[in-house]
Write a new protein. Structure first.
Length: 515
């Protein structure tokens, strides 16, 4: 218990519990908004058990990545692994972090269960919830979420750069969403841990297209899912311990392997004169970094999911580019592009926060130029992301057999989406400036994307920068007329406001280099 109290002290006033509370708040708001219709009063308790795994599959992988990163990142930042081993054993360090993480996951799952019950009671669903069903849902959520936490903790241990862990969490969220719609591939849902939320579902939906009547029912879930979930739990516990046991006291690093590989079979090259870099400084910071993995994978997975849904629903959707665009951009704009921009922004500020770079940067560079460079670089990567998304859209459309010409509106969708993306870049750069954690601004970006979806559903298209991103791309309805004046004014206000806030913050606050 003494080691556990040490972990509690390490995370004191670091906002780690606020992150989990924010995810719970979003889950509660989403469920309340989607279930408050009087049509659901008769089967609302079962509908909760049907909708909650989908929300968990989207949100919890990123939440687990943020939570695990916050627990591990302190030792990486302070290079305290060696110091800790002089006072306690490796087993004590490792298992105290696991115990702390399990307690956090347990509190989160209990809070989610109570929140869902309160929502159902507050709306006034008929009857009483089935105790066995909600208990089973709680146990499944607890074990699956703990597995994801263990996986993310291992990634955070292995990679000193927490961008790799956060990119893994984002890709996991996308994979979880994708696998929810793949019941015909049960083995894939069993093997991939992010698919376990869908693999363990035991409530199905019955919907008649003719009568448009909805119903829910329980169905028998094979034990294969439970075997894979328990197997992953044992594998991650044992595998994580073996990795940590053989980790160097200075942290897990692949530098020795790179050095050995580079020296094998070759002579040491002669010293060369130092050359001044040709690329701008901010571009040098993102060379050969893990953010490009997320840059490639997230739009690719989104395009794959969108194309699969499009081909599976041709009897409902029209065989046009507009229908395919909705399938490609809807989930990506709300759930994955905002946190992806958050990764870009957090990484750009990471070097200043981790090292002593603030002392050097502030000597010769004015505050306005520092912020401008960060926002410009983040916006440039966002532009490339949207261009990559557009390319995938065209390729997938040709693969899907759409014979119509490529719509000229695609350029307008991407251009307006980029304008909204700059607004998101500006606010994420501000958040990454004032919050020195790499992970927390990314979690806020995911929650912001969901908030953007909720305000867009209300028709308040221009009150959040995250809603500007999706409205500009016309993710909900490609044929919707865009109020360009309101859209442009909102973009300018958000960009200017958060840019000036960032400049003010740098000028008015002391330089701090370590957390």
């Amino acid at each position: 218990m003494n080691y556990l109290s040490i972990e509690l002290k390490k995370t004191k006033r670091r906002g780690i519990w606020l992150v989990l509370a924010a995810f719970l708040l979003v889950i509660g708001a989403w469920m309340t908004y989607s279930l408050k219709d009087d049509r659901y009063l008769d089967f609302g308790w079962m509908m909760i058990l049907y909708d909650a795994p989908l929300l968990n599959a989207i949100l919890i992988p990123t939440a687990a990545a943020v939570f695990a990163s916050r627990i591990i990142d302190m030792e990486h930042k302070g290079n305290t692994w060696k110091l800790l081993e002089t006072m306690q054993s490796k087993a004590a360090i490792y298992f105290s972090k696991i115990l702390y993480g399990f307690i956090g996951i347990l509190i989160f799952c209990i809070s989610e269960l109570l929140l869902l019950l309160l929502i159902g009671a507050g709306i006034g669903f008929h009857g009483m919830p089935d105790a066995w069903a909600y208990l089973l849902f709680f146990v499944q959520t607890l074990v699956i979420t703990f597995n994801l936490f263990l996986l993310q903790m291992i990634v955070s241990l292995v990679f000193h750069n927490q961008a790799a862990a956060l990119c893994t969490g984002l890709c996991g969220s996308m994979a979880g969403l994708f696998l929810m719609y793949m019941p015909q591939w049960p083995l894939l849902r069993y093997i991939i841990p992010w698919g376990h939320y869908g693999a363990s579902m035991f409530v199905g939906m019955d919907w008649s297209k003719e009568t448009r009547i909805m119903g829910f029912y329980y169905f028998y879930q094979e034990n294969s899912a439970a075997f894979f979930i328990i197997g992953w739990l044992a594998y991650l516990l044992i595998g994580g311990w073996l990795i940590f046991e053989h980790m160097d006291t200075d942290g897990y690093s692949f530098s020795n392997f790179r050095i050995a590989f580079s020296r094998a079979g070759r002579k040491t090259p002669p010293a060369k004169a130092v050359k001044i870099p040709v690329l701008p400084v901010e571009m040098l910071k993102v060379k050969r970094t893990p953010i490009w993995l997320a840059f490639i994978l997230l739009p690719s997975i989104s395009a794959f999911i969108g194309t699969f849904n499009y081909l599976s629903n041709l009897d409902v959707l029209q065989s046009t580019w507009h229908s395919l665009w909705t399938q490609h951009s809807l989930f990506f704009c709300y759930f994955f592009l905002p946190p992806l921009i958050g990764v870009y922004a957090s990484y750009l500020w990471r070097l200043e926060h981790n090292g002593v770079n603030w002392n050097m940067v502030m000597v010769n560079t004015p505050a306005w130029r520092i912020v401008f460079n960060k926002v410009a670089m983040c916006s440039a990567i966002t532009f490339l992301t949207l261009a990559w998304l557009g390319f995938l859209f065209i390729v997938c459309g040709k693969y899907a057999g759409i014979t119509e010409p490529i719509p000229t509106e695609l350029i307008d969708w991407l251009a307006c989406g980029f304008a909204g993306g700059i607004a998101v870049c500006t606010i994420q750069c501000f958040l990454s400036l004032i919050i020195r954690s790499f992970a927390v601004p990314i979690g806020i970006a995911l929650l912001g994307g969901i908030a953007g979806l909720m305000v867009t559903a209300k028709g308040w298209f221009y009150i959040l920068p995250y809603s500007l991103l999706s409205v500009g791309m016309r993710a909900n309805n490609p044929e919707r007329a865009l109020d360009r004046t309101a859209f442009g004014v909102s973009c300018v206000l958000f960009i200017t406001g958060f840019y000036l806030l960032s400049v003010w913050y740098i000028r008015r606050h002391d330089v701090r280099t370590q957390e």
